[in-house]
Design a protein around this ligand. Structure first.
Ligand SMILES: [Fe+2]
Length: 210
């Protein structure tokens, strides 16, 4: 017997192999604001939304880019070059949550956790529809019947997932503030195929018919 994981999505998790005391110190020094003043229970965000462009974050950026390259080139088997666009800090203190959302205008998104303990709320990846479109009685949760998955993450971990995947963070009871660095990606390579009229190119790369 064989069970085929039909149309499954890859989610990469890896741990930063070096110490990052200097980077964490820099991140803690950044100006943080509540982006949506209507939602006092919402997590806060850094003013700067190109954090990884800062020289102090270069080592972490190089490592994250390597993992994105692995995801795109080895797991997805794509030859597209995908690079980091915006990157920002999300700070969640006691009682703060992050609403369900995904990341438009990005290929894969990633979150790196400079400070996340087991007592703090996990990142929950969610599909909007029900598996099988039914509320069957389940004996236990598994990869085939779950609508949501809490990612097994802790300090130092990086998670990479398709930007279309919805995710959220529930409010935490921990007095400790969870700190994460989120980022999006894009490509300047051609997407689609000129022969099937799906290309995003703005001129004819084949050199004829212009
Ligand atoms: Fe997000």
């Amino acid at each position: 017997m064989n069970i085929l994981p039909l149309f499954s999505l890859p989610v990469l998790i890896d741990k930063y192999p070096n110490s990052f005391d200097d980077e964490l110190k820099y991140i803690r020094s950044l100006s943080i604001r509540n982006r949506d003043h209507q939602q006092s229970g919402s997590t806060s965000f850094s003013q700067d939304n190109f954090i990884l462009n800062h020289s102090k974050m270069k080592k972490v950026r190089v490592w994250i880019q390597e993992k994105i390259n692995f995801y795109i080139n080895n797991i997805l088997s794509s030859s597209n070059k995908v690079f980091i666009t915006q990157s920002w800090i999300v700070s969640g203190s006691k009682g703060q949550s992050l609403h369900l959302h995904n990341h438009p205008n990005s290929i894969v998104s990633a979150v790196w956790y400079p400070h996340l303990t087991r007592e703090q709320s996990p990142l929950v990846l969610t599909q909007l529809g029900l598996p099988f479109n039914l509320q069957l009685k389940m004996k236990n949760d598994n990869q085939w019947n779950s609508k949501s998955v809490a990612a097994p993450l802790e300090t130092g971990h990086l998670i990479i997932f398709p930007s279309s995947v919805y995710h959220r963070v529930e409010a935490s009871d921990s007095d400790d503030t969870r700190i994460s660095l989120a980022l999006n990606t894009w490509t300047t390579d051609e997407v689609g195929n000129q022969d099937t009229y799906t290309s995003n190119a703005t001129s004819n790369s084949k050199g004829f018919g212009v």
